[in-house]
Design a protein around this ligand. Sequence first.
Ligand SMILES: *Cc1c(COP(=O)(O)O)cnc(C)c1O
Length: 315
Amino acid sequence: MTVYLDKNENAFDIPENVKYEFMEYIKKTNLNRYPEKGLPSLLEKIGDFSGFNDENIIVGNGSDELLNILINQAKGDILINTPTFEMYNFYANNYGYNTVNVPLKSDFSLDTENIINKNNIKLIIICSPNNPTGNLIDMGQVEQILELGIPTILDNAYYEFSGEDYTDLLNKYDNLIILRTFSKAFSMAGLRIGYGIANKNVISNIKKLQAPFYMNVLSAKLAEIMIDNYSTVQEHVKYIINERERFYNAVKEIAYDSKANFLFLKKDLYSYMEKHDIIIRKLPLLKDRSRITVGKKEENDIAIDAIKEYISKNL
Ligand SMILES: *Cc1c(COP(=O)(O)O)cnc(C)c1O
């Protein structure tokens, strides 16, 4: 049986009781009707849950939709720090914008000095924990960047696994938008829901660029039900963090420490692991690296055994 540890999905599906509640909702809902414009009840729910007013929240069809809107709106050069999430480049290319790359330093921290020296940047994107390196970007460094006053996205997709919360920065910086998602900790990658938190003027400006019926009622409802079941999300997150530490300690020689639900590997093990029926993420732009998602214990055991064998034969 093939083990899939390539897309940083949650190892756990949403719980059965949530699926039942969802089916009850479908039975009594008129799917011939459009969603309520802007999905106010979902915004309010996410607002309450994250400790913000609904005016500070925007929801998207995956945080990908929000990235798409924000990058489109930049209308100029976009600063990124590789290695990082490839979708930033994808959208920038779609719109014909330049990406100005200031690579992360060898310890994967931001090269703030070089970032500050760039001119004419319209949007900065910081990913923390960073995909694929797995490390957190230092809060002080993020603040240094925000001081530039340039619109800045902090892509916080792995927030729940990280133990770091950047939302206090929103009190001080109107140029910051923090993006989160239901795809990872919430086990809902198949439903496509992400959200952004920012100053209410920033949010209302982005909402003007979004279609009124941006998301289907089923995804929206399931997100609401999952928020009501957040204790299950927390249990799963705790399990994955425990497994991440166990996994890392078993294969330290070849992996970097991580604050997300994956490990960044110091070798390209894609083909090797594929021979063991384990699919991991190949990183086409990084020749000697690869990335592996932390799965369930049984899956991790299989992957750890294979990697240990690789270490004993090759290192
Ligand atoms: C997985 C991931 C996302 C989430 O995207 P969705 O469109 O919400 O599924 C965003 N940013 C990064 C860095 C990711 O790894």
